[in-house]
Write a protein that binds this ligand. Structure first.
Ligand code: ADP
Ligand code: MG
Length: 226
């Protein structure tokens, strides 16, 4: 069984009396352990697709099966359950809390998951060490470089041990050398068995994946191995 299976997936946004067809009958299967880049120009529907795959939103029409569950018409609670257990997110803007130190930022998802505090700390420390931040546990985000902030965000995404890691333009705010280091972190995670889906408009990032899916005007127009 595929980890993710989409059939005829559509998402229509209504703004006033206007309809925006952000996704238009997308069919897609993603297998466990894949490293995929979703590529397309601005406004093509990449973030919309990632929000659906990441259980942040439901489609207007179509089938959406994630980790064996049919989620096309799921309630917010059902979506939250899958999201908290199976999915990690990394965003372009890091989205860290500036007043919390590294270890507390990383531990945040464990609070929502109801993990007791001593275990939260131990798991956050290990996740920080896994991304090379073991020495920066008590720093706060304003004291860190962009690349270090993104590694904190990756550790936070991984602390629940999710099956799928999504990144929406994860190197978009970084210089190219730092961006390459972050991509090496994704490479290592892929090698360790994680399923990785990166959304990007940058062909150089897509070239690091194993399968590129190009979308245009809400439709998959091309698929290739880089
Ligand atoms: P991308 O991430 O590739 O830039 P998006 O998925 O953000 O593309 O957007 C796809 C289309 O849907 C665009 O036309 C965008 O303006 C529209 N859109 C995205 N989110 C919303 C929303 N919440 N409400 C209305 N329109 C939206
Ligand atoms: Mg986007």
């Amino acid at each position: 069984m595929s980890l993710i299976h989409l059939e005829g997936l559509s998402k229509v946004y209504r703004v006033g009396d206007q309809e925006i067809r952000a996704l238009d009958e997308v069919n897609l299967r993603i297998e466990e352990g894949e490293f995929i880049a979703i590529i397309g120009s601005s406004g093509s529907g990449k973030s919309t697709l990632m929000h659906l795959l990441g259980c942040l939103d439901t489609p207007t029409a179509g089938r959406m099966e994630i980790c064996g569950k049919d989620l096309a018409k799921a309630s917010n609670d059902e979506l939250a359950r899958v999201r908290n257990r199976e999915i990690g997110f990394v965003f372009q803007a890091f989205n860290l809390l500036p007043k919390l130190d590294v270890v507390s930022n990383i531990a945040l998802p464990l609070i929502y998951a109801g993990v007791p505090s001593h275990e939260r700390l131990a798991r956050a420390r290990k996740a920080a060490a896994d991304v090379g931040l073991g020495e920066r546990l008590s720093n706060r985000p304003p004291q860190l470089s962009g690349g270090q902030c993104q590694r904190v965000a990756i550790a936070r995404a991984l602390v629940n041990n999710p099956r799928i890691l999504f990144g929406d333009e994860p190197t978009g705010n970084l210089d190219s050398a730092t961006g390459r280091m972050i991509l090496e972190t994704f490479d290592a995670l892929h090698a360790s068995g994680k399923t990785i889906v990166l959304v990007t408009h940058d062909p150089a990032i897509a070239a690091r994946s194993r399968r590129v899916i190009e979308i245009r005007d809400g439709r998959i127009t091309r698929e290739y191995a880089p």
